[in-house]
Write a protein that binds this ligand. Structure first.
Ligand SMILES: C[S@@+](CC[C@H](N)C(=O)[O-])C[C@H]1O[C@@H](n2cnc3c(N)ncnc32)[C@H](O)[C@@H]1O
Length: 199
């Protein structure tokens, strides 16, 4: 379904992978680092997003648009579109470059600003990827789960890399009667929650 990845997307993915790798070793300060998911997580997200039910496809935490590029492959495979949120203006500019260079502007809407101020506009979410600051994952979890359609997916990154920080929200999700949830040990660990038939 995702092969071959179009040349323009693949070329930008490679550029961003190289830059992300450099960021991690050359002393780039944290706010300027791309802090991307690894490629295998990208493919995992694309498969899940393409399999998710009808409803909005959203991402919280765009950075330079690397994970969003993987999600655009799901959009192209299913005729859907992605809305992605980024709060830092430098990252917004990089993501805009990414989407223009990759030729995916027709399937991505980038919203500059704090996603918390925009989520109320989404009342039927089919797929959400959460990859922002760990301190606010709990807020996002509580905001997104009621807005998922039945069968909708919430996937949150860093479930194993930041397990201690995220333990309260991981425990909450794993015991939440509204979702079936598990932690998938791929990349930095993905918390995958599927909304049960609810209401
Ligand atoms: C780990 S990075 C995202 C990496 C990206 N998902 C990828 O794999 O290519 C987290 C990003 O979330 C952004 N962010 C943090 N809090 C946010 C918020 N409340 N709303 C929107 N973006 C936010 C940060 O500025 C940062 O660029």
């Amino acid at each position: 379904m995702f092969h071959p990845i179009p040349d323009a997307i693949l070329a930008r993915m490679r550029e961003l992978e190289e830059r992300d790798g450099r960021d991690r070793t050359d002393g780039t300060p944290r706010p300027a680092r791309l802090r991307q998911i690894p490629p295998e997580t990208g493919k995992f997200l694309a498969i899940l997003a393409a399999s998710s039910p009808a409803g909005a496809m959203i991402e919280i935490g765009t950075s330079a648009g690397y994970s969003a590029l993987w999600l655009t492959l799901a959009c192209q495979a299913t005729g859907r579109s992605l809305t992605t949120f980024e709060v830092l203006s430098e990252k917004v500019a990089l993501a805009r470059e990414t989407f223009a260079a990759s030729g995916v502007e027709d399937v991505v809407t980038l919203i500059a600003g704090d996603a918390r101020q925009h989520l109320a506009a989404f009342d039927r979410i089919g797929f959400c990827f959460l990859d922002a600051e760990k301190e606010v994952y709990a807020d996002y979890y509580e905001a997104v789960v009621p807005r998922l359609v039945n069968g909708g997916l919430l996937v949150a990154d860093n479930a194993t890399s930041h397990r201690e920080d995220l333990q309260p929200i991981l425990d909450r999700a794993l015991a939440d009667p509204r979702v079936d949830a598990l932690i998938v040990p791929i990349g930095k660990g993905e918390l995958v929650c599927r909304k049960r038939n609810w209401e």
